[in-house]
Design a binder for this molecule. Structure first.
Ligand code: GTP
Ligand code: MG
Length: 198
């Protein structure tokens, strides 16, 4: 099932809660390591090439970026974690900023956790996943860049990830569009208040 995208617009960037838009409609947040493909996933779902900035330089997105879709729900592009060259003080700020958002947003209906289908989940991937489950946040894991692997390697990695991250992992590629329909159906379910907790 694909959702018809009538409109998709950038609203604003924020760091502190005072600058978030009002907590008055469902939000779907995109999170994961720097450079994993968060912005690409968002753009691919929305069929809008340049809506969320895609960069070759990891760690570019340092703010919470809010987008409004069909005047009915929002996508929130979160800054990536795990970029080695970021100083410790900034890493701490990053953690505080993102955890504050995730912990306090009443209308956060789905956290889309994006991992790289080629690699084992990192320690930070596992920590984030545990944090989301522990705080009873509805979470969907998406293993992106699936186009970079052959069928059997992809199948093996997905099986391992489903064990390590306990739950469904959807393979996805922003190049081929693989997995778009499945991600959309989870988003739709979450907006309708029917997404199951892990
Ligand atoms: P930051 O905001 O910097 O943390 O990065 P991000 O997670 O938003 O990643 P972004 O979407 O900017 O993509 C990073 C790089 O990966 C870009 O060069 C993309 O073109 C590439 N990329 C993203 N998704 C895919 C995919 O599904 N397949 C392939 N082959 N490349 C991808
Ligand atoms: Mg990005």
């Amino acid at each position: 099932m694909f959702m018809k995208i009538k409109s998709a617009e950038f609203i604003k960037s924020a760091t502190a809660e005072a600058h978030y838009p009002p907590d008055d409609m469902p939000e779907i947040a995109f999170m994961g390591r720097s450079n994993v493909g968060k912005s690409s996933l968002m753009n691919s779902l929305l069929n809008r090439k340049g809506l969320a900035r895609i960069s070759r330089t990891p760690g570019r997105t340092q703010l919470l970026n809010f987008f409004i879709i069909n005047n009915a729900f929002r996508f929130v592009d979160l800054p990536g974690y795990g970029f080695a060259r970021v100083p410790v003080s900034i890493k701490r700020e990053w953690g505080a900023m993102v955890t504050h958002y995730l912990a306090n947003r009443a209308r956060l209906v789905l956290s889309i956790h994006i991992v790289d289908s080629r690699h084992e989940p990192t320690r930070q991937d596992l920590e984030l996943h545990e944090w989301l489950v522990h705080h009873q946040k509805p979470v969907l894991t998406v293993a992106t860049k699936s186009d970079k692997l052959g069928r059997s390697d992809l199948g093996r990695n997905l099986k391992r990830m489903r064990e390590q991250l306990a739950g469904e992992v959807i393979p996805f590629s922003s190049l081929s569009g693989d997995g778009r329909e499945q991600v959309w159906s989870s988003v739709q379910q979450a907006i309708n208040g029917l997404y199951p907790l892990t």
